[in-house]
Each structure stands twice: as structure tokens, then as C-alpha cells.
Design a protein around this ligand. Structure first.
Ligand code: F6R
Length: 245
């Protein structure tokens, strides 16, 4: 596991975008595991910039996103499909047919999960998985639990996640209570993992995930067992954890 300390959000975004860019340049048909939320926005801006300068070509890449709110369709501006289209896909030359996000509109959640596991099986393994981290240590929407999940499943979002994500909605009542998320088992199958974290609110989760014991109560702690993880965090995100020089 490698830790890279960035100065601030901007610097974190630059370093992480460079890692993703290098991946796409070295292996143009990479399968990128992508995340939503505030953390990756800067990375996506930088990837778009590089694409516009002619430095990056996503023409052969595939993307598989981590999660989607249950009940929201891609036209809904709060859905993760909408986020991905508007933060990245619409501005680069990735083939939209090869960008996958769980379908939150399928009434039967188990069916939606089965379909997504099929998509992961047929298009994976993920070459480089980008992850953010929740203040409670979640990755994807794998919330603290009694055991680690394996495949795609429908989760009840933790109260802390609902409040954290309320900032994207008009009111907290509008935040969906359930989501479809890739399981921890699928995340762990990625060849490489790049986790990003910015700000003081992530410091405790980062410390518990990477310096604490491996437990499903801190889902990100499982990453200690992955062979190729890079954590790029800013000074505040690493502020509770000592980094070896
Ligand atoms: C989003 C996702 C979540 C976020 C996490 C951090 O697709 O899977 O695990 O990465 O909630 O969110 P932000 O970046 O908004 O702090």
C-alpha cells in the first residue's frame, strides 16, 4: 500500500488524475472503476482538460461505476448516471455504451443486482478502481456492517450517509434511503485501487481504515489486504494518521 500526501484538494486531484491518465495511456482498453461524490470532481475536470489538449484518448476504455440511488433514473439530476454524464462522459470520447452504472429504476432490486454482477463479470475485471471514502469508512455504498459483502446488493443507507449527501439535494427528505452498490468482493477484484480523500471530515475514517484492524464495521479497512492500493489524500485527510517518510 502506498500513501501519497497532497497539499490540498487541487493537488490531490492532479496527482490522482495523473495516475488515471497514465493507466489509460499505457492500456487504452482499461476498465476504469469510477466513483461519484465531491471527491472525484476535480479529477474528472483534469481528465477532461487533458482530453481536450489531445493528451488522452478514451476511445477504447470501459467504465463501471460503483453505485446508484434506488429509484432514480438517469434523467434525474441527483442520479449517479446523470452525475457521470455531466461530470465526465459527455466531455470525453468514451463510448457511452461501454459506461456502466447500476440501474436504479428496476423495481426488483435483486434483479438489478444480478444484472449488474453480469455486467461486471462480462466486462471486468476492473483495471483501476477509483474510490472515495465515507466519513463512516464506507466504500461504494458498502456501509459499516457485521460482515463484508461480496456481490452487488441493495443497501439501506446509514443515517450519517444520508446527512452527508443531503448537501446535493433540496432537503434531507429528498435523499433516497436505498442504493444499489457493487460489493466489497467485486471491489477487491480490481487489479489496482486508487482511494482519494480530502478534508478533515475524512481524517478519522482514513486512520481507522489504514491503521486500525480489518473489520466490516470500517468497510475500507479490507483494502489493507489488497495487493495494489494507492491512497492519495490531502494534509487534512491524513491529519490523524502518521505517515512514514
Ligand atoms: C460514490 C461512492 C461513495 C463516495 C463517498 C465519499 O460513488 O461510492 O462511497 O465516494 O461517500 O463521498 P464524497 O466524495 O462526496 O465525500
Amino acid at each position: 500500500m502506498r500513501f501519497i500526501q497532497a497539499k490540498d484538494y487541487e493537488d490531490m486531484s492532479r496527482i490522482a488524475a495523473d495516475i488515471i491518465a497514465a493507466q489509460v495511456i499505457l492500456k487504452p482498453d482499461s476498465v476504469l472503476g469510477l466513483a461519484t461524490g465531491s471527491s472525484p470532481e476535480g479529477i474528472y475536470r483534469k481528465l477532461i482538460e487533458s482530453y481536450r489538449k489531445g493528451e488522452l484518448d478514451f476511445g477504447r476504455a470501459t467504465s463501471i461505476n460503483l453505485d446508484e440511488y434506488k429509484g432514480l433514473d438517469g434523467e434525474n439530476s441527483q442520479s449517479y448516471r446523470y452525475y457521470m454524464d455531466h461530470q465526465l462522459f459527455d466531455f470525453i470520447n468514451i463510448d457511452k455504451k461501454r459506461t456502466f452504472v447500476p440501474d436504479g429504476t428496476i423495481e426488483d432490486a435483486e434483479e438489478a443486482c444480478r444484472i449488474y454482477d453480469g455486467i461486471i463479470r462480462d466486462n471486468g475485471p476492473v483495471t483501476l478502481q477509483l474510490l472515495g471514502i465515507g466519513c463512516n469508512g464506507h466504500i461504494g455504498f458498502n456501509e459499516p456492517a457485521e460482515e463484508f459483502s461480496t456481490g452487488t446488493h441493495c443497501v439501506d443507507l446509514a443515517e450519517s450517509t444520508i446527512s452527508a449527501n443531503a448537501r446535493f439535494f433540496d432537503s434531507i427528505e429528498d435523499v433516497p434511503r436505498q442504493a444499489i452498490t457493487m460489493g466489497i468482493g467485486s471491489i477487491m477484484q480490481a487489479e489496482k485501487i486508487l482511494l482519494i480523500a480530502s478534508g478533515k471530515s475524512k481524517a478519522k475514517a482514513i486512520k481507522e481504515a489504514f491503521r486500525g484492524k480489518i473489520t466490516p464495521k470500517v468497510p475500507a479497512s479490507i483494502l489493507q489486504l489488497h495487493k495494489d492500493v494507492i491512497v492519495v489524500g490531502d494534509v487534512e485527510a491524513f491529519s490523524e494518521m502518521e505517515l512514514k517518510q
